[in-house]
Write a protein that binds this ligand. Structure first.
Ligand code: FAD
Length: 362
């Protein structure tokens, strides 16, 4: 079941720590920082099985975003200070990139970081900051040189969320959850030692992070689990007196989605086993993001349609027309949250632009 959709923050931390004790929370990191020597295919299989179960994945902001950034760009002192807590999820991180008016066009962000003695002083607003209400730290992009050309004057900073001047305000979303936030920064002091990479070169760090974010977003196991669930539910629900799974149109859509998923999996496997400098990999993270999120939505549509009115339940239903209705909770919220998949991590229109430019040369 996809009851995982309603996990509390403590459940996510508990599960992450169970994986960490086993050495499985940061499988993509180097051994010296607690990672594994698994091959890319082994790592893929592990993740795919977690998603299909479904079990929560290790916290992505920590494991796939800020951890790899610090390993690649951090100073030795930053690595020693932060990486153990990031890996163990002793500290929860969030991503402060988007702003009102700076989403797709991220480089037009307006939050400023002015130098004052040994600190930067930040002013501005972030938006759509996922799970910031739980975060101990935020990695953030801010403009350190207002005169420089867009991408050039930006720096990548680490902010302790307990610093005075930070306000986190909830945004309730369509699936009735509090996942998103606005984060206001009013004269927030950040020590210069929390700068990652070079001052005014945060764009290089951000691009590295976004590439990782997009390639992890295909979530093939999640779609596989969702389609299997849709198949089970359609076997129980009746349409015109017969199980929905026997309806030819529904069956065809389900099969198409399953076939497309298999094709995407082959693309993903080809990408992770290809040499790092292969030229046709230029836009691969965009292709995986685009197709992966389309399939996540397709699977959520099929599941929602199969469950019909039962999908509205957040709790197990008890007695209902179907013998075993414990599959029902969370389907509606899954459907609504899936709408966001084509927006976050860079909208799918933007991914099409990248693919058009890098592969088709248009
Ligand atoms: C659930 C969710 C979680 C998120 N979590 C985070 C987070 O933790 N941290 C964070 O920093 N951000 C987060 N985001 C923000 C996300 O990265 C942005 O929403 C996304 O980049 C799009 O930006 P925008 O919302 O400002 O839309 P806009 O950029 O204003 O775009 C509006 C529409 O115009 C289209 N468009 C824009 N430019 C072009 C173009 N050049 N060509 C074609 N079409 C275009 C877009 O595709 C979109 O359909 C999250 C978003 C969602 C929905």
């Amino acid at each position: 079941m996809e009851l995982a959709a309603h996990l509390e923050a403590e459940d996510i931390v508990t599960w992450h720590k169970i994986l960490h004790r086993q050495g499985w929370a940061v499988t993509n990191w180097p051994l010296e920082w607690g990672g594994t020597d698994w091959s890319p295919v082994q790592r893929y299989i592990f993740k795919e099985r977690l998603q299909a179960a479904p079990a929560p994945e290790p916290l992505t902001y920590n494991v796939n975003m800020i951890g790899p950034v610090l390993i690649a760009f951090g100073t030795e002192a930053q690595k020693q200070k932060f990486l153990p807590g990031i890996a163990a999820l002793d500290e929860w991180w969030c991503q402060g990139f988007s702003e009102p008016g700076a989403g797709s066009d991220l480089a037009s962000l307006k939050t400023t970081a002015r130098r004052d003695g040994e600190d930067y002083v930040l002013n501005g607003q972030k938006i759509w900051t996922s799970q910031a209400q739980f975060a101990d730290w935020m990695f953030c992009l801010a403009r350190t040189d207002p005169q420089a050309k867009k991408q050039r004057g930006i720096s990548f900073l680490l902010i302790d969320m307990k610093t005075p001047g930070i306000t986190v305000r909830p945004i309730l979303s369509l699936d009735n959850s509090h996942y998103l936030n606005e984060v206001f920064l009013d004269d927030v002091r950040v020590p210069m030692e929390n700068l990652v990479g070079q001052e005014n070169d945060g764009w290089t760090v951000a691009k590295f992070l976004l590439g990782n974010e997009r390639s992890g977003i295909a979530r093939i196991g999640l779609t596989r689990g969702r389609l299997a669930r849709a198949r089970r539910v359609a076997g129980q629900m009746l349409s015109a007196g017969r199980p929905l799974i026997e309806d030819l149109k529904f069956r065809e859509r389900l099969l198409n989605a399953e076939i497309e998923l298999r094709a995407l999996e082959l693309t993903q496997l080809r990408a992770i086993t290809a040499p790092k400098d292969a030229s046709d990999l230029a836009a691969i993270s965009s292709i995986l993001k685009l197709k992966g999120t389309e399939l996540q939505q397709m699977a959520a549509d099929l599941l929602f349609e199969a469950a019909g009115p039962w999908s509205q339940s957040y709790e197990p239903l008890g007695t209902c027309a179907v013998d075993d209705a414990d599959w029902a909770p969370g389907i509606e919220s899954t459907y609504f949250f899936a709408r966001a998949a084509s927006i976050y991590g860079g909208s799918n229109e933007i991914q099409r632009n990248i693919i058009g430019k890098s592969i088709l040369g248009i």
